[in-house]
Design a binder for this molecule. Structure first.
Ligand SMILES: Cc1cc2nc3c(=O)[nH]c(=O)nc-3n(C[C@H](O)[C@H](O)[C@H](O)COP(=O)(O)O)c2cc1C
Length: 157
């Protein structure tokens, strides 16, 4: 598996589209917090999803999730995916992105690269261990759940 990226811009400034569920029922949201690395001898992707997100329930219920990476021209689509909720918006239709199955999971035709991840681990962030400078993220909403997935495939367009 080959994926040459800058780990410090891949999520933070390039953004990624996280999708959980299958073609019958799925949801996607933009994420800019995440990382790629190694855990338990496996290649892994880590993402952080607040329980307030509709996607959270799909992450809880799914064994797999995908991370899609897009060219710059899809920035408005990713902005929509990160500002509207699947609870009340058909986000694929509104964004113009086209969902496609990848094994039992879902990604988008327009993604130049998709990581297919098998959920290995989840844990809610413990607010007592969050540094003071990060507490501003949790004034009104419950803290993120951390999901770590084994990267089992990398699909390139
Ligand atoms: C650029 C960007 C990055 C984001 N990164 C995250 C993230 O890493 N974790 C998170 O919980 N929410 C993040 N969000 C917020 C969700 O994408 C947003 O709340 C979205 O509307 C949730 O959709 P849903 O309710 O359909 O799941 C981000 C939003 C934007 C615009």
């Amino acid at each position: 598996m080959d994926f040459n990226i800058n780990p410090f811009t891949l999520f933070d400034s390039d953004w990624s589209l996280l999708t959980a569920g299958d073609m019958d029922s799925f949801n996607s949201m933009t994420v800019s917090w995440g990382s790629l690395g190694t855990l338990w001898g496996k290649p892994v992707a880590t993402v952080y999803v607040k329980p307030a997100r509709y996607t959270h329930g799909f992450m809880e219920d799914s064994d797999y999730f995908t991370l899609g990476f897009f060219d710059e021209k899809y920035r408005p689509a990713l902005m929509l995916m990160g500002t509207k909720s699947g609870r009340d918006t058909d986000k694929p239709a509104a964004s113009g992105l086209t969902p496609v199955p990848v094994q039992k999971a879902v990604t988008y035709i327009e993604a130049h690269t998709t990581l297919l991840c098998r959920k290995l681990y989840r844990q809610d962030l413990d607010l007592s261990s969050v540094p003071p400078e990060a507490m501003l993220h949790y004034r009104t909403e419950a803290p993120h759940t951390v999901y770590i997935g084994e990267v089992v495939d990398i699909i390139k367009k």
